[in-house]
Ligand binder design. Structure first.
Ligand SMILES: *[C@@H]1O[C@H](CO)[C@@H](O)[C@H](O)[C@H]1NC(C)=O
Ligand SMILES: *[C@@H]1O[C@H](CO)[C@@H](O)[C@H](O)[C@H]1NC(C)=O
Length: 221
């Protein structure tokens, strides 16, 4: 299609050109946007040109044909050369986390988890976290383990809590307070003493050396 267009334009150009003999040299009049190269009307690449002739313009103020500062690292327009002309296309800045789909002309979310991969996105080798893609962003959350298991953050494994420990909302194994959580941990006449990883039932009375509490814990015998 483009080739057909080019041929058509070259053909038009040939029809329009006229030659003038000046001594040995041959001058050709070409259509606007074309210039004579070795006696043939050739398309001018306007994208290579500046929008001024350079006179009285400071080097840092020089702009290309689309108006971009020549030294700018973030031009606003992209120059596209066409047979006999050119066009300036707006460069759409989609911003962080998005990229332009040039076909559709719309900004679409970048799936960082897929593009970067888990290791680069979350900065971890072990599967301690999971990468979650978001609109324009992404997040790395700690894995959740099945009920009764906690995430060992040094290995990334889901392990069961040790005896006397239970999983809390932060996915940590914490000591169970058997005295607070269960009323029947100790017989009624004994007091319950919680310690990390377990509990103990103690007599309510304190007996001096050499004596001990009776079964009831009501008397020292
Ligand atoms: C742009 O979107 C179209 C339609 O969804 C899709 O076919 C094409 O692959 C996309 N191009 C890029 C570069 O993502
Ligand atoms: C507790 O001790 C008292 C006094 O020795 C006794 O009468 C009672 O039967 C005991 N109760 C239990 C449950 O053993």
């Amino acid at each position: 299609m483009l080739q057909a267009m080019l041929l058509l334009l070259v053909a038009t150009c040939t029809v329009a050109q006229s030659t003038t003999e000046i001594g040995q040299a041959v001058d050709i009049d070409c259509l606007v946007g074309f210039e004579a190269v070795n006696g043939v009307c050739t398309d001018v690449d306007e994208c290579q040109r500046l929008n001024d002739d350079g006179s009285g313009v400071l080097e840092e103020d020089r702009r290309d044909i689309c108006g971009n500062y020549v030294h700018s690292h973030r031009p606003g327009y992209r120059c596209v050369n066409t047979p006999g002309s050119y066009r300036c296309e707006r460069i759409v800045d989609c911003g962080f986390g998005y990229r332009l789909n040039e076909t559709l002309g719309v900004c679409i979310d970048i799936d960082e988890c897929a593009v970067l991969g888990y290791e680069a996105a979350c900065g971890l080798k072990l599967p301690i976290k999971v990468c979650i893609n978001l609109e324009g962003s992404f997040r790395c959350d700690y894995r959740t383990c099945p009920p009764g298991r906690y995430l060992d953050r040094t290995t990334g494994e889901c392990n069961p809590c040790r005896r006397g420990y239970a999983k809390n909302l932060l996915d940590e194994c914490v000591d169970i307070d058997e005295c607070g959580s269960r009323k029947d941990s100790c017989p009624p006449h004994m007091r319950c003493v919680n310690y990390i990883g377990g509990y103990e039932c103690k007599h309510k009375i304190f007996c001096p050396m050499g004596r001990r509490a009776n079964y009831n814990g009501t008397l020292c015998i």
